[in-house]
Design a protein. Sequence first.
Length: 550
Amino acid sequence: MKDYKKSTIYQIYPKSFCDSNGDGIGDIRGIISKLDYIKSLGVDYIWSTPFFTSPLHDNGYDVENYREINPVFGTMEDVEELIAKAGERGIGIMLDMVFNHTSTQHEWFQKALKGDKTYMDYYIFKDGTPDTPPTNWQSKFGGSAWEYVSSLKKWYLHLFDTTQADLNWDNPSVREELKEILRFWMAKGVKGFRFDVVNLISKPEVLEDDETGDGRKFYSDGPHVHEYLKELSADTGMENYITVGEMSSTNIDHCIRYSNPDEKELSMCFNFHHLKVDYKDGDKWELMQPDYRRLKELFEIWQTRMEQQNGWNALFWCNHDQPRIVSRLGNEKEYWKESAKMLATFIHMLRGTPYIYQGEELGMTNPGYSDIRAYRDVESIHYYNILKNKGKTEQEALEILSQRSRDNGRSPMQWDSGKYAGFSEQEPWISAPENHTFINVEAEEQDKDSILNFYRKLISLRKRYGVIQEGTVQFIDQKQPELLVYMRTMKGQKLLVASNFSGHEIVPEEPLSFAGGECLICNYPQRDREDRIEVLRPYESIVLFCAEST
């Protein structure tokens, strides 16, 4: 395993990355065809979202068979070739393991539906009558988290879609099955794993109504979650692989435990607190302006506590479930290039392992769909109807989706200015933004000042400078909420990072400087050997560096 503290990881959503066979859907051979491009970025790993056999009700996060490849994406031979050819380029493949739940089409669940007691115990079934669910818990996608099976006179738990039945991790046989799946892929040469909503795997023994919420307080970071992750790691040798856990509604104390190497659970964690600063009253579907003071507080807390207690952060703005960050916290109109670079600088200079989501390195934006028929995501379609039932007009509901839908991150990767953005020769499964005519790989390869080339520089800086990899973190308070400033220090090296999250100039309370500093990277024309920041232009990011010795 490469040192993940020096590494950068590139996330691919196969369905939207590159279509090699002209069916409008991205596939494994499409990824293989772009490996040289991915290598040119300087990244160390590719994390791919699931391409296993699946009904695709939730775009692959409803797995029917963990050892088979969905024909839509290719064959096992294609995946083996991907692993081998990526390895030849020094890139490891990380697979996405959806172990909280399976598709209801999975063989295990199908046997459970037939009354097989062995496989019924693979899931969470509870007795009940058709009109009374076991608890009032709500699904993450809306509606009850329970589905009634009339033939069994039982309810099964699904924290997500009704077609995603939660596994019973308290059953040792389930844990053994999942270990065997990991061993299968390890033998194929996979170098790492991302675990989907893994902090939800342990449910309480006694299930009860949640009188103040949707039930998550009972199952998030559940009673045996650390025990089960330690077991999974110890019995598979997982500690020798790079691993990241997606943590839903978690807290920092648990994430420190998950990612502390002494605990031998995971390499690092994704948490989403920083991506809720524009949720009104914590509701994803209620819009508000971002709270930048809160954003700074969250990064300061997570960065400093993780450092002090030997945890490790996964650093990210975007993924397949999130809107495009330049549309969200940047300015995709007047300061598109500047704000995309500023956001990248801020996240890549922090302590942790950076993740780049396909197209983020180009400054891809939300597609701006204006018709519900353009959406494909099950959650978005559910919530469009929920919002209208709550009294929102069609236009209001569509405006919310245009900013919040998971499909914002799932539009096709923009390779060139052609009709379908170079993604496919046929109409894609979901349409590309109109701005693909100028936001694309081909155009940005030809521009020395492009967002793409800026990302390449950021990735190379992490490999060169130990202070970026492992330096301490100290945030510097500023009276302006939109000015976020922090210092990294290690063994005589100092790094000062100042980022203006606004569309106007900001003058720091006092000039930001240290003697002997020079500008390491800036998203405006380069500042040569500058050791003093007296003003930041709109969406400007500046990194000053000095070393007492080299």
